[in-house]
Design a protein around this ligand. Structure first.
Ligand code: ADP
Ligand code: MG
Length: 620
């Protein structure tokens, strides 16, 4: 091979620029990142060894060795993992278009997050070494037999070099020449302490040595425990927390840990976590979610998505089973019947833990709901098989409990004895939805209504059609039967004569033309003069919402305008002598207001001129 000088991709140059020139207090995390890469490489080697007939240095101990050399101001991180060829060095450490780099830069710059807290989560952890390095040399020899060793060298500028190497043993060796102000990272005690703090649960032994001195006792610094295989009694809350943080690189505490082992219906050791915050990538396609899957302590797959349903993708953790065949490949994992059983068992366990949390600690459950509720709702919309559990986990705001999260159970407990349904209203946001005319009757007669104002809510209604014997009914649907009136409510206001009303309705029809499918009167309104409802035969409102999200430019079918014959505005309009220009513009404004409250108005600013005309007339 020949030497070559190559350019870093633009986003990596920017990343290096940030890392080199800023002074972070948590620089020590670079070591956690390099050790975690070494551990990943060892995992990949272990897997290779199971699936390939021949590998290089089959007997070399699977371990990570750190060599401290304060005299030369270097720290070397060596592993006997999978190694990298020249092409792999170029691809992994320089050329690859890192979407992670871009996402990281965005989070670090625009959201002002501390880079050292988040770097490991973006798949660019290797570069954190440039916070402390003057020069980085990576010597590597791949586990594949027909390959040559190669080196990668960079100083944090725009370029890196590829050189031939004499590395003779399988694996990767990273020689970090430290900056003067980072020389502490070549000191034996400091390095040991960092390993203890950040890498204690790494599954391979980590040895720390001093250059030139024979290692006195070859004892690993880390405890290497597979925490998930221990019994919960032996583990402290602190252990769980440390494990979580080392495992996810999340600097916050987990909200919940779920330690679950079983022998039937499937053998499993697992340790799962619910983070306390939804991470920024959770709602985008970029993030690699899924659980780490071990088969008899060998890591089979890092991001196994088949172990939990899609909607539980916020759960992080480890699943270890002895029931998979020894030589299972990553590709065949998905189709394996054991995986299917694991998925059922784990899903049941996670949902049960969430139910318990909701019962035992409602404040914590609310914190959970605020972060991940939208995903539970996604589950309600997409996983009918889990409906019976998920509906108990769901929380909503309601007309009588605006700032609180209400469960369907507590709604039902408060419902009137004869109440025939659970009522809901769909809207775009709580603030405007609570003013909807559809709520008039329900408010007047003391019925609580769920406020469904999340985009996902319309989808959820296709599965959640009833709860505990009560159907869910939309207050905006004209075929929703009204529940009993409150007897104590005040006597009805005087109505218009049928004749006057018919004339007014005809006037509205003439003025609005094709824009409405019909105009009629209704007894359902009290405070509002009018409302829009779907015409008979139109798709239901939740379906219309779904179409709106799916299809750009979806045109909802024309609606029916319903007038409130007891409202003073309607009565006064009927009494205006015709022809009257004010009547025409009031009709337009009533229609526009009804559109607006439905969230259907294409151009509200359009109303301003008309409102001014109306005010001018009113103040004459
Ligand atoms: P991530 O570990 O999230 O993939 P990094 O920036 O830490 O991101 O590492 C980039 C890539 O470089 C790794 O995915 C891996 O392919 C390669 N790499 C880094 N260190 C090693 C190592 N010690 N042995 C083998 N490959 C490595
Ligand atoms: Mg890494």
């Amino acid at each position: 091979m020949t030497e070559q000088t190559l350019q870093f991709k633009a986003e990596i140059r920017q990343l290096l620029d940030i890392l080199i020139h800023s002074l972070y207090t948590e620089r020590e995390i670079f070591l956690r990142e390099l050790v975690s890469n070494a551990s990943d490489a060892l995992n990949r080697f272990q897997f290779e060894q199971i699936t390939q007939p021949a590998v290089r240095d089959a007997n070399a101990e699977l371990a990570i060795t750190l060599v401290c050399d304060p005299d030369n101001r270097t720290l070397t991180i060596r592993d006997t993992g999978i190694g990298m060829t020249e092409e792999e060095l170029i691809k992994s450490l320089g050329t690859i278009a890192h979407s992670g780099a871009r996402a990281f830069l965005e989070a670090a710059r625009e959201k002002g997050q501390n880079p050292t807290e988040i770097i490991g989560q973006f798949g660019v952890g290797f570069y954190s070494v440039f916070m402390v390095a003057e020069e980085v040399r990576v010597n590597s020899l791949s586990a594949r037999l027909d390959t040559q060793p190669a080196s990668w060298v960079a100083t944090g500028g725009d370029e890196y070099r590829i050189e031939p190497s004499t590395k003779a043993v399988r694996g990767t060796e990273i020689i970090v020449k430290l900056k003067e102000e980072a020389k502490e990272f070549s000191e034996f005690y400091r390095v040991r302490q960092i390993v203890k703090t950040h890498s204690d649960f790494v599954a391979f032994p980590i040895y720390v040595e001093e250059a030139g001195k024979p290692a006195e006792e070859n004892k690993p610094v880390n405890q290497q425990t597979a925490l998930w295989r221990k019994s919960a009694k032996e583990i402290s809350a602190e252990d769980y927390k440390n494990f979580y943080q080392q495992f996810t690189f999340d600097f916050q505490d987990p909200l919940l840990h779920i330690h679950y082992s079983a022998d039937a219906p499937v053998q499993v050791y697992s340790l799962l976590f619910v983070p306390s915050k939804a991470d920024p990538g959770l709602f985008s396609a970029r993030r690699e979610d899924g659980l780490k899957l071990y088969n008899r302590k060998v890591l089979i797959k890092d991001n196994t998505r088949d172990l939990l349903p899609e909607y539980l993708r916020f759960v992080r953790g480890v699943v270890d089973t002895e029931d998979l065949p020894l030589n299972v490949s990553r590709e065949s994992v998905q189709a394996n019947a054991v995986i299917h059983k694991l998925k059922q068992a784990l899903t049941r366990k996670v949902l049960r833990e969430l139910e318990d949390l909701a019962k035992s600690d409602s404040a914590k459950y609310e914190a959970f709901w605020n972060e991940f509720g939208v995903l539970i709702k996604e589950g309600l919309a997409t996983a009918p098989e889990d409906l019976s559990r998920l509906q108990g986990l769901a929380r909503f705001h309601t007309t009588t409990h605006l700032g609180e999260w209400v469960s369907l159970t507590s709604y039902k407990e408060r419902a009137k004895a004869e109440q025939p349904a659970i009522y809901y209203i769909l809207g775009d946001d709580q603030h405007s939805t609570v003013r909807s005319p559809h709520l008039d009757y329900f408010r007047k007669h003391g019925y609580e209504v769920l406020l469904l104002t999340d985009p996902v809510d319309a989808f959820l209604l296709s599965n959640l059609k009833e709860f505990d014997g009560l159907p869910l009914k939309n207050v905006a649907a004209s075929d929703t039967e009204l529940p009993a009136a409150n007897e104590a409510s005040e006597p009805e206001a005087e109505k218009l004569s049928d004749d006057a009303l018919a004339k007014l309705v005809a006037k509205f029809k003439a003025q609005l033309g094709e824009r409405v499918s019909n105009v009629r009167t209704t007894e359902r309104l009290s405070n509002s003069p009018a409302r829009l409802v779907d015409a008979e035969g139109s798709p239901s409102q939740d379906l219309q919402r779904i179409y709106r999200y799916m299809e750009r430019g979806y045109q909802a079918p024309a609606k029916v305008l319903e007038l409130n014959p007891s409202h003073s505005l309607v009565k006064q309009l009927a009494n205006l002598a015709e022809p009257n220009q004010l009547l025409d513009i009031c009709i337009e404004q009533i229609y526009d207001s009804a559109l607006l409250i439905e969230g259907l108005h294409p151009d509200p600013a359009n109303m301003i001129e008309r409102i001014q005309q109306i005010m001018t007339a009113a103040t004459q």
